[in-house]
Design a binder for this molecule. Structure first.
Ligand code: MLT
Length: 329
C-alpha cells in the first residue's frame, strides 16, 4: 500500500496549531514549578529584605514557591545581565531598584539594555534612605559631621554596594553637596556593608530604611539625617538632610519587578496579579509602614507604570551622573 507523503506529515497549519496549543497549554499551566526571584545584592540587605517579604505572598498567590536567588556584583549589573539572558518563561524574574535607571549613565559598556531586554511586571516599593555612621564615630550632630569631614577628608571611610548601588549614589550626592571626598569602600550589598559598620571596620554608610530603622531605634548606629524632604513617621526625631542645610537633598529608592524580554503576556499577567496581591497583603503593608516605606498606588504596580517610570528616571539621572564625572569603563 502506498501512502501519500502529505497524509502522513502534519501540514504547516496543523504544526502551527500544535505549537500554538502547546504554548497556550504551557502558559495555562504556569507556574508548574518554583520561580526564581533574582536579587542583585547580597542576602540580608534592603533589596533582599523586600524580595523575601513579597516572595511568600506572591508564591501563595501563584501556588508555587518563589525562591530568592542573590546574584551579586558590579552594583547590580551582573544580575541584570543574567536575567536579560535567562529563558523568557516566567520562571526567572528580577527585582531591582533605581540602579536600573542609573546604570546606563554610570557604565560605558553595559551588557544589557534596561529598556529593551526586559518585560515589566510592576513597581514594588519606595524606600527612603538614612545617613549613618558607626556608633562611636566622633561627630555628635550634622553640623559637627560636616566640620569633621572637611578636616579629615579621605581618612573617613564610606561604605557602599558598588557603582550603581543607591548607597553609592546617595554617598556621591552627599559628598558633592558637602564638598568633601571620602574614602569609598565597595561591598557586594549593604547587608555586608552594614555588618562592617556595626563591627567598626568602616565609618559611614548611606542605606535604606528597610534595613536601618531597627538599628537606629536600637541605637546600634549613629544617624545624621534622612534623605527625604519630610521627616519619616518611623523616625520622627531624625531631621532631614534638607532641613539641616543640604537644600533639595532627596533620594527615595523606587523598586521594580522585571522578567526577560519575550516572557509571554499571559505569564506576565499572572506575575503582575501575584505582585499586586503581595503588595496588598496586610502583613507586608504593615511591615513596610513600620520601615517608613511606601507601597505604590495600584496603577503603578503595572507593566506600563514601571516602564513609564523607568524611562523618566533614565532621563532624570543621566545629566546628574554626568555632572559627578563618575563612570566605569
Ligand atoms: C542592597 O540591597 O544591598 C542595597 O540595595 C544596595 C544598594 O545600596 O543599592
Amino acid at each position: 500500500m502506498k501512502f501519500k507523503l502529505n497524509t502522513l506529515l502534519p501540514t504547516g497549519a496543523a504544526m502551527a496549531c500544535l505549537a500554538v496549543s502547546s504554548l497556550a497549554w504551557s502558559q495555562d499551566a504556569f507556574p508548574n514549578k518554583s520561580i526564581s526571584l533574582v536579587v542583585p545584592f547580597a542576602a540580608g540587605g534592603p533589596t533582599d529584605v523586600v524580595a523575601r517579604m513579597i516572595a511568600i505572598p506572591m508564591g501563595k498567590a501563584l501556588g508555587q514557591t518563589v525562591l530568592v536567588e542573590n546574584a551579586v556584583g558590579a552594583g547590580g549589573t551582573i544580575a541584570s545581565a543574567k536575567v536579560a539572558r535567562a529563558a523568557p518563561t516566567g520562571y526567572t524574574i528580577f527585582i531591582h531598584h533605581m540602579g536600573m535607571s542609573t546604570a546606563p549613565a554610570l557604565y560605558k559598556k553595559l551588557s544589557f539594555d534596561p529598556l529593551n531586554d526586559f518585560e515589566y511586571v510592576g513597581q514594588v516599593v519606595d524606600v527612603p534612605m538614612t545617613l549613618l555612621a558607626r556608633k562611636d564615630f566622633p561627630p555628635t550632630s550634622f553640623a559637627e559631621l560636616q566640620t569633621y569631614l572637611k578636616a579629615n577628608g579621605n581618612k573617613v571611610s564610606l561604605a557602599n554596594a558598588g557603582l550603581g548601588a543607591v548607597s553609592h549614589l546617595c554617598g556621591l550626592l552627599f559628598m558633592s553637596q558637602v564638598g568633601v571626598e571620602l574614602n569609598t569602600i565597595p561591598y557586594s550589598g549593604t547587608g555586608p556593608a552594614m555588618n562592617a559598620l556595626l563591627g567598626g571596620q568602616v565609618d559611614m554608610l548611606c542605606d535604606q530604611t528597610t534595613q536601618t530603622v531597627p538599628l537606629i531605634k536600637d541605637s546600634r548606629v549613629k544617624v545624621y539625617g534622612v534623605t527625604t524632604l519630610n521627616r519619616l513617621a518611623a523616625l520622627p526625631n531624625v531631621p532631614t538632610l534638607n532641613e539641616q542645610g543640604l537644600k533639595g537633598f532627596e533620594v527615595k529608592v523606587w523598586h521594580g519587578m522585571y522578567a526577560p524580554k519575550g516572557t509571554p503576556a499571559p505569564v506576565l499577567e499572572k506575575l503582575n496579579a501575584a505582585l499586586r496581591v503581595a503588595m496588598q497583603d496586610p502583613q507586608v503593608k504593615q511591615r513596610l509602614t513600620d520601615l517608613s516605606s511606601d507601597v505604590p498606588p495600584l496603577d503603578k504596580i503595572s507593566a506600563a507604570g514601571l516602564k513609564t517610570h523607568l524611562e523618566a528616571e533614565i532621563i532624570k539621572w543621566g545629566p546628574v551622573i554626568k555632572k559627578t564625572g563618575v563612570f566605569a569603563d
